[in-house]
Design a protein around this ligand. Structure first.
Ligand code: 1CP
Length: 354
């Protein structure tokens, strides 16, 4: 299937393009009334995510509603721990909770490396169906959490501002921490390869909690595992058969301003930036990659003129090439969809290369 709009894919591969591509992190499942209608029909987030027809429907909604240049598959980073044997619950207005946690080698011995074909078949089916229904309109982004961010949820058991239980384990039991991180990494590699085989055109790794680590801890407990994932997603041939074609990989490590240079040296194609990271400084630290980001999602609470002005400022700072316009983190749930559309329209208008 050839893509009618492959702008994002070409930009991610490092090509010069006629316009800056745009999508928004967490563009599905947050701000659209049509999402809430499907969510109600499904009954719960987990039921929705596990029903490929509905997951495909909400994945495509932002392409229709906002005109973004890519879709991102509707799922969650926490499907990987579940596939490793640690089920989660999604509590209304509180977020994900793991009834059991993993805090010792004994706990870890009860888990397995995820087998995506059996344990995550519903995501792979959703990807296949979405690709079919998109019919080449835009590329489809697959994703997974970075091993450290998944480690945070598996050890803490729920969201947290500090993830002090997770961080404590890095100091008190680094041997266990590395064992769990290895098992998450192996699961994630298998999962992302399977997403690519199912049809994902590019993949993003979300290290949402990178910013809670010190530079040294990041170097020890996060970066090496992201590196393994990036390296594993290069092309792979077994007995003359291509297992999966290489696709562009984006690494988004929220808050890890201190690790930009090291992330820029990974074998990924795109580096995602949050809004605390200065574009010019980031270009200097990451000279050979495509950059993605980094509008403060709160800008979408401003009026239309100000949103346009902020987009213009972003282009002044990033330039128009080797750049994917996005927010610096997920869109907030109470954002007016018209403001999100204004952001996308402003990028499309001001991001042209004549
Ligand atoms: O929004 C989309 O585009 C749809 C797909 C998607 C993605 C990319 C969902 C659906 N979740 C995610 C990624 C995700 N999930 C991340 C990484 C990106 C980021 O930093 O935002 C993280 C950290 C999670 C974990 C998670 N899942 C949280 C945060 C918990 C915390 O620590 O505070 C929450 C609240 C969820 C639930 C969730 N995930 C997705 C949806 C639509 C929901 C809401 C659940 C519902 O509808 O009841």
């Amino acid at each position: 299937m050839t893509l009618q709009n492959d702008l994002l894919l070409r930009t991610a591969r490092g090509e010069l393009t006629e316009r800056v591509p745009v999508w928004m992190m967490r563009q599905a499942g947050r701000v659209l009334a049509e999402y809430r209608a499907v969510r109600e029909r499904a009954g719960s987030f987990i039921a929705l995510a596990k029903t490929p027809e509905l997951a495909a429907e909400v994945t495509i909604q932002p392409v229709d509603a906002f005109g973004v240049d890519a879709a991102i598959i509707f799922s969650d980073i926490l499907v990987v721990p579940e596939a490793m044997g640690l089920p989660y619950e999604m509590i209304e207005s509180r977020g994900p909770v793991f009834p059991q946690t993993v805090r010792s080698s004994a706990d870890l011995s009860r888990l397995r490396v995820a087998d995506p074909e059996t344990d995550l078949g519903y995501v792979l089916d959703a990807i296949k169906l979405t690709k079919k229904e998109l019919n080449g309109r835009v590329p489809l982004i697959g994703f997974a959490g970075a091993p450290f961010t998944i480690f945070c949820y598996m050890t803490e058991g729920k969201g947290s501002k500090t993830f002090s239980v997770a961080k404590k384990l890095l100091y008190t039991d680094p041997h266990f921490a590395h064992s769990l991180l290895r098992q998450i990494t192996d699961s994630t590699i298998a999962y992302l390869k399977a997403q690519v085989r199912a049809g994902a055109d590019l993949v993003q790794i979300f290290d949402s909690w990178a910013g809670i680590l010190s530079p040294e801890q990041y170097r020890q407990f996060s970066l090496p595992y992201i590196k393994q994932i990036c390296d594993a997603l290069g092309s792979e041939v077994h007995d003359g058969i291509v297992d999966h074609a290489p696709v562009p990989v984006t690494v988004f490590a929220k808050g890890a301003f201190f690790a930009r240079q090291a992330i820029g040296e990974l074998s990924c194609s795109v580096v995602g930036l949050d809004w605390n990271m200065d574009p010019a400084e980031s270009r200097e630290l990451i000279p050979n990659k495509v950059l993605q980001g980094n509008l403060d999602p709160c800008v979408l609470y401003a009026d239309f003129a100000q949103i346009r002005a902020e987009v213009k400022q972003m282009f002044d700072a990033f330039g128009h090439q080797h750049y994917i316009a996005n927010l610096g983190h997920g869109i907030y749930p109470d954002t007016d969809p018209d403001k999100a559309r204004c952001f996308v329209d402003a990028v499309k208008e001001l991001g042209k290369n004549s």
